[in-house]
Ligand binder design. Structure first.
Ligand code: ATP
Ligand code: MG
Length: 567
């Protein structure tokens, strides 16, 4: 796939855009389009949320509408202000600014009043049964529901009990408020769903004000209506909730036309998980070092790993939306990251598994010490404006262990005794031998250089088959480099056993200490991504300037996959 293919399909239409066009034409909402992104503040945003965010904001922007942020904070047990702050920060990093920020907890009073209204309309009742019993009585597909013995409670008694619940006079779990719809309804969500449960925990915003909390279903559509949302976009697992969403709204005196819900497929990627619950399990089990571990697909982890926000947005608009679940190859996301970084990142040299190379015919200066030398290298061939830098060169260099073989296998064109190669931006060198340890592992490679080949070209036009990178030994900067591989070995983690943890890749992180960097890498700013020539893209850690995370390798695995698929 070329860059042009990517750009061309970025604007493709989708069924949500089509729906909105119909509404706009019919004047259903007076031409208005308003969306919201509604995270629950019980964890960190991940790449799946990015898909929802890009969609919510794009749909609003394309229709001259607004998209708000709403914290869906109806469960005091799991929510926290630290998640709220992180979500705000991650959303801004991804490049989106909500028109306004709301909380479902802003509406607790209104929701309570509307619940009393449903009771007075005989559309809700207080049920004294245990949550387990209520769940059992719900029945299943083809299995009838059982009416609660409290279903026919008189309205006045329901009101009185509900007020007691609100006043904190009922024990946790002793009662719930349920909508009175239809215990035989073919849609399970419509079988007298719970609207309120009693909860003892303190809420991060309302503290101890409310002993009762609305359920997701009772809060969500009402929040949409109060804010003036027109199109409530959510993921497919809420399809069955749509009927209930509509039912609640139909019973209430709304300030404007009722919003409606449309679903789209969750984003899933191969070799990783994109659900907050599953990510939380990885963090809790200590499989990764917290929510910011660069192996995770959380937005903070991807940022730390060096993914540009623009590459995530481009990926999301490329994959678009669909009504059926599908898993995308993680290589596709990586190809967007690579395209972006290829344009923007400075080129540098770093040796990850260093092997000493000595140029035996290197000249000495007047004092008898090895002469010093500087080479000029381009910072970014994709952007002339990034200019050049000088890189120290000298008698002793570091090269990659892999770039030398005492006995070269077929098609190995890098250094081996008698072989001439190019040092990138340096000289042509010829290997004359190597010191080996008892096992035959090379300890030091010896070469001669051709002084007429400064810059890497021979005046007699002779060719070499390989160019290798290097770092001058005396000026090298020591650093730690973290290499990352897939977190799960299988494309669909947990596919065989139901437990993703069974498919963990034991080698998802390799920490290399004592890597050798060219001195310019000392100037890298925290979080900056550079290309280590021949190796890939690497991001400096935000807190440790001498720790680099591999963002992504250089090879386009996606192009390879595509080619294979086309056969
Ligand atoms: P999870 O189900 O992943 O544990 P969640 O759905 O509870 O998390 P929320 O914070 O409640 O996450 O979701 C906020 C919004 O983001 C919702 O509209 C939800 O549908 C959407 N969303 C969550 N995960 C994904 C995903 N993988 N792909 C697309 N949208 C998602
Ligand atoms: Mg969810």
């Amino acid at each position: 796939m070329t860059e042009n293919d990517l750009d061309a399909s970025a604007l493709k239409s989708n069924y949500i855009r089509d729906l909105i066009a119909v509404d706009t034409a019919s004047g259903r909402f007076g031409g208005k389009v308003q969306t919201r992104f509604p995270p629950e503040p019980n964890g960190f945003l991940h790449i799946g949320h990015a898909k929802a965010i890009c969609l919510d904001f794009a749909i609003a922007a394309e229709n001259h509408g607004v998209c708000n942020l709403r914290f869906d904070d109806t469960n005091p047990a799991t929510e926290d202000v630290s998640y709220v702050d992180a979500i705000v920060e991650d959303l801004a990093w991804l490049g989106f600014e909500p028109a306004a920020t709301f909380h479902s907890s802003d509406y607790f009073e209104q929701l309570y009043d509307w619940a009393e209204l449903l009771i007075t309309k005989n559309l809700a009742y207080v049920d004294d049964q245990s949550p387990d019993l209520i769940a059992d009585q719900r029945g299943g597909f083809g299995q009838p529901g059982v009416d609660s013995p409290f279903r026919s409670r008189p309205i006045t008694e329901n009101l009185e009990l509900f007020r007691k619940m609100r006043a904190g006079e009922c024990a946790e779990g002793s009662r719930v408020l349920r909508a009175k719809i239809d215990m035989q309804h073919e849609n399970m969500q419509m079988r007298d769903p719970v609207m309120y449960r009693i909860r003892g925990e303190s809420h991060y915003r309302t503290g101890g004000d409310w002993p009762i909390y609305p359920t997701y279903d009772w809060a969500h559509g009402q929040g949409d209506a109060i804010e003036g949302v027109t199109h409530s976009l959510c993921t497919l697992e809420f399809s069955d909730n749509r009927e209930l969403y509509d039912w609640y709204l139909a019973q209430l005196p709304l300030p404007g036309p009722a919003p409606y819900q449309t679903e789209f497929a969750r984003l899933e990627l191969t070799h990783t998980v994109t659900s907050k619950r599953q990510l939380k399990e990885l963090v809790t089990a200590g499989v990764v070092d917290g929510w910011e571990d660069p192996r995770l697909p959380t937005l903070r982890a991807l940022r730390r790993r060096g993914y540009p926000a623009s590459s995530i947005r481009d990926f999301c608009s490329f994959i678009g939306v669909a009504r059926t679940n599908a898993r995308h190859d993680i290589e596709l996301l990586e190809s967007f990251v690579r395209t972006d970084l290829n344009r923007s990142s400075l080129r540098r040299m770093a040796v990850l598994r260093p092997l000493k190379l000595v140029i035996t015919n290197w000249p000495t200066d007047t004092s008898g010490a090895p002469a010093s030398d500087f080479r000029t290298l381009t910072n970014n061939p994709e952007n002339e404006g990034d200019g050049t830098r000088t890189v120290p060169f000298g008698k002793e260099l570091w090269i990659e262990h892999d770039d030398f073989k005492m006995e070269p296998p077929p098609k190995y064109f890098r250094l081996s005794p008698g072989r001439e190669v190019r040092l990138r931006g340096g000289y042509l060198i010829t290997c004359t031998g190597a010191l080996l340890d008892d096992d035959g592992t090379p300890l030091e490679v010896h070469c001669t250089y051709d002084p007429l080949t400064a810059g890497g070209a021979a005046p007699d036009g002779r060719k070499v088959k390989a160019t290798i990178h290097w770092v001058e030994a005396k000026t090298a900067v020591d650093a730690t480099v973290a290499l990352y591989d897939r977190l799960f070995t299988t494309k669909v983690p947990g596919d065989a056993t139901g437990n993703p943890l069974d498919d963990l890749n034991e080698h998802s992180r390799e920490l290399l200490e004592g890597c050798k960097l060219e001195p310019a890498l000392r100037e890298t700013v925290p979080g900056e991504v550079v290309q280590f020539e021949r190796l890939g893209y690497f991001a400096t850690d935000a807190d440790d300037p001498l720790l680099f995370h591999r963002t992504v390798g250089l090879r386009d695995e996606w192009a390879k996959l595509e080619k294979r698929a086309k056969g």
